[in-house]
Design a binder for this molecule. Structure first.
Ligand SMILES: [Fe+2]
Length: 246
């Protein structure tokens, strides 16, 4: 497609005008793709990969505003993710590499998009693979199950427990658990459900969006836990957890 700069749009000769007319279909296609999440597509239409990324980017940019509300944000991102066409070639190509990647014998992380405002990762599990409880410091997360079946449980850190656990331990309150199947979504924010654990019942692929994305500092601050197998006596949602790092 020919390039047209702002000046050419403002001051067009006849040949330029005719050239613009010729390029209009291509321009419209690009504009439609870029604005797919901005009213050009029906509100419930499936989104291809580029439109999906731009819709996420538009929402993620709002994190810099004073009024950013993480609960609203993860709801919006979840709604956008719910419209993602899971058969989009970008995604299916990444997912097709699953078998080879799983041969490494551990949960596989493949970043599909890394931006300043968010990171988008395809996480792939073999049957029975587990990610231990861990937090996401200062971050939100949206997990879309693209295939398979996986159990997830989320926890909140009890900041000042009435009865503190032993040294090197913390108290976690289970905030909920889900069995995620294809198209199911789980979310967390910096303040709610921020700690989670995942356990795959089947070969599973998840699309994770972290906002803001992991960086060196946030990775270093992240804590991993070993949960007590049973909750505290008489408190079915409270678990003592040994901090595995830090
Ligand atoms: Fe996580």
């Amino acid at each position: 497609m020919d390039d047209y700069d702002r000046r050419e749009f403002l001051s067009l000769s006849l040949p330029g005008f005719l050239g613009l007319l010729a390029a209009l279909p291509a321009l419209c296609t690009v504009a439609t793709r870029a604005n797919a999440a901005d009213g050009r597509l029906p509100a419930d239409a499936a989104m291809h990969w580029e439109a999906f990324l731009e819709a996420v980017a538009a929402e993620a940019a709002k994190q810099h505003l004073d009024a950013w509300n993480q609960d609203d944000y993860v709801r919006r991102i979840a709604a956008i993710a719910g419209r993602l066409h899971l058969g989009d070639p970008v995604l299916t190509k990444a997912m097709e590499q699953l078998t080879a990647r799983l041969k490494h014998g551990k949960v596989d992380f493949q970043y599909l998009e890394e931006r300043v405002d968010f990171g988008l990762c395809l996480v792939q599990f073999d049957v029975g693979e587990v990610i231990k409880p861990h937090d996401h410091p200062g971050m939100t997360g949206m997990i879309l199950c693209a295939s398979g079946e996986i159990e997830t449980a989320n926890y909140d850190l009890v900041e000042k427990p009435a009865t503190p656990p032993a040294d090197g331990h913390q108290l976690l309150r289970r905030a909920g658990s889900q069995l995620l199947k294809k198209n199911d979504i789980s979310t967390l924010t910096a303040k709610a459900r921020n700690i989670h654990t995942l356990s795959a019942r089947k070969v599973t692929q998840l699309v994770d969006i972290f906002t803001p994305p992991y960086n060196e500092e946030r990775s270093a601050q992240s804590r991993w836990y070993e949960l007590a197998p049973e909750p505290r006596p008489g408190e079915p949602s409270l678990f003592e957890a040994r901090v595995l790092n830090g």
